[in-house]
Design a protein around this ligand. Structure first.
Ligand SMILES: Cc1cc2nc3c(=O)[nH]c(=O)nc-3n(C[C@H](O)[C@H](O)[C@H](O)COP(=O)(O)OP(=O)(O)OC[C@H]3O[C@@H](n4cnc5c(N)ncnc54)[C@H](O)[C@@H]3O)c2cc1C
Length: 412
């Protein structure tokens, strides 16, 4: 692994954000035997365990899985991967179960990992954090701005931190800092906009003991209810906990102005949302929301315009959500984030003396594949939140199973 210490000529790289995309990029560059660089990751969290990283993620073969393989982290991933988490149950607004993979035998590949194994975000972040050189991440370093200064004919970039200090002279600054990136304003005026969906995130902990009904109902993986203008997504975590998102299509200021949810304690918030937004839904769907109250967090979901691009600028670029923030309704965000890091790392390593070319080529490729997934996600946002959203999704899963059955046993 390359050391972070470098010479006068070694490029200085700043990565904003120690999320999946920023950490994986650092790992891929540091493990390259030919690409010398000094990398600093600026992360606003005060320490690695300061914050729960959120729910479970599924990694797709040609994106997240491929990136981890190329980073030499596949065996670590296998230790934490949960193939059994890739099980879906689909319910309609009235509570009818339209499709349920629990108990079905799913196609498992030769390595036993399945098509899209789940991993907890905490586990993924730990694997990535342990893979970068010590001292790469500077914790408690919230970036408030990035500025550019001409230095001996070449533009260099400075990183301004919330404590007023400035780190100067970076050859490349990469925004891997999510929705509200501090690098993006140097590349485009476009800002994230409200997707139309507000969610109440709810946690149910220690489910086998305290929430046996919920545990049984949700099953081994995810249970999704879709209906016109609303959805309840429940997802099992690696430790058995269940996390839900009770989503409603509402105006941007609904949460503050009309919902009456803010400031309510957990049970009161879940009860109010259920009574007012899910009253005519199936009893089981309502119970899923009402049982997931160990912690409750209201969230608005934001997105960038589908197919957003910017004119390339030497020394600056974006990865992951900073580049193409989307709603979670196709489950591709982290996969794209890891694909971006892989793509950019390969190009920087291939063109060590021309990072501007590497950045330009990365952006041109990334704009194409991220648009495709942004369109798919936008279709999910429209399709899932419709009266026949559950039936469509269940139909798609059924056809997938049928195709797999025919492939495995064509004479049936
Ligand atoms: C409710 C929900 C469910 C989701 N479910 C899925 C799913 O099932 N599958 C999937 O593939 N994706 C899912 N996603 C999307 C996925 O979480 C993101 O796409 C992914 O985390 C993006 O990774 P990233 O590294 O680009 O950014 P992030 O994970 O957002 O990481 C950014 C990092 O930057 C840090 N940071 C931010 N601002 C600053 C600053 N100013 N200075 C310093 N540091 C900063 C943050 O603390 C963070 O560590 C979901 C998202 C949401 C909201």
């Amino acid at each position: 692994m390359n050391s972070v210490a470098g010479s006068e000529t070694t490029p200085k790289i700043a990565i904003l954000g120690a999320g999946p995309s920023g950490l994986l990029l650092a790992r891929l560059l540091q493990q390259s035997p030919t690409f010398a660089c000094q990398i600093t990751i600026f992360e606003l969290d005060p320490s690695r365990n300061a914050r729960n990283q959120g729910g479970s993620l599924d990694l797709h073969p040609q994106q997240g899985q491929l990136a981890l393989k190329e980073a030499g982290l596949w065996s670590q991933f296998l230790q934490h991967a949960r193939p059994e988490g890739d099980v879906k149950k689909i319910v309609d607004g009235k509570g009818t179960v339209l499709f349920d993979e629990n108990g079905m035998t799913k196609q498992v590949e030769a390595d036993g990992i399945g098509e899209r194994p789940e991993i907890d975000r905490d586990a993924l972040r730990s694997i990535l954090l342990d893979s970068v050189a010590p001292e790469t991440v500077r914790w408690g370093s919230k970036v408030v701005a990035v500025s550019s200064t001409p230095a001996s004919g070449e533009e260099k970039h400075d990183v301004v931190l919330a404590d007023g200090t400035k780190e100067i002279g970076f050859d490349l600054v990469i925004g891997a800092d999510g929705a509200w990136s501090k690098v993006r304003p140097l590349l485009t005026d476009v800002k994230p906009y409200y997707s139309g969906i507000t969610a109440l995130e709810g946690w149910a902990e220690d489910t086998h003991v305290r929430h046996p009904w919920l545990s049984e109902y949700v099953g081994a993986g995810s249970c999704f209810m879709f209906d016109e203008g609303r959805a309840v997504l429940a997802q099992r975590q690696g430790n058995g906990d269940i996390r839900i998102y009770a989503c409603v299509r509402k105006p941007e200021d609904w949460l503050e102005r009309e919902s009456g949810l803010e400031g309510l304690e957990e049970v009161a918030a879940a009860t109010k949302l259920t009574d007012e937004q899910f009253a005519d839904c199936g009893q089981n769907t309502k119970r899923v929301v009402l049982e997931s109250t160990d912690k409750v967090i209201p969230r608005k979901l934001w997105m960038l315009p589908v197919g957003m691009q910017w004119g390339s600028r030497p020394g600056l670029t974006l990865l992951g959500d900073a580049a193409h923030l989307m709603t979670p309704f196709a489950g591709v965000g982290v996969n794209l984030a890891l694909q971006d890091s892989l793509q950019l790392a390969r190009l920087l390593i291939a063109h060590p003396s021309d990072p501007a070319l590497a950045v330009r080529q990365y952006e041109q490729t990334m704009f194409v594949y991220s648009k495709k997934f942004a369109e798919k996600t936008y279709a999910g946002l429209q399709g899932h939140f419709s009266g026949d959203g559950a039936a469509h999704f269940a139909g798609r899963l059924k056809r997938g199973h049928e195709a797999m059955r025919m492939k495995l046993d064509p004479v049936v």
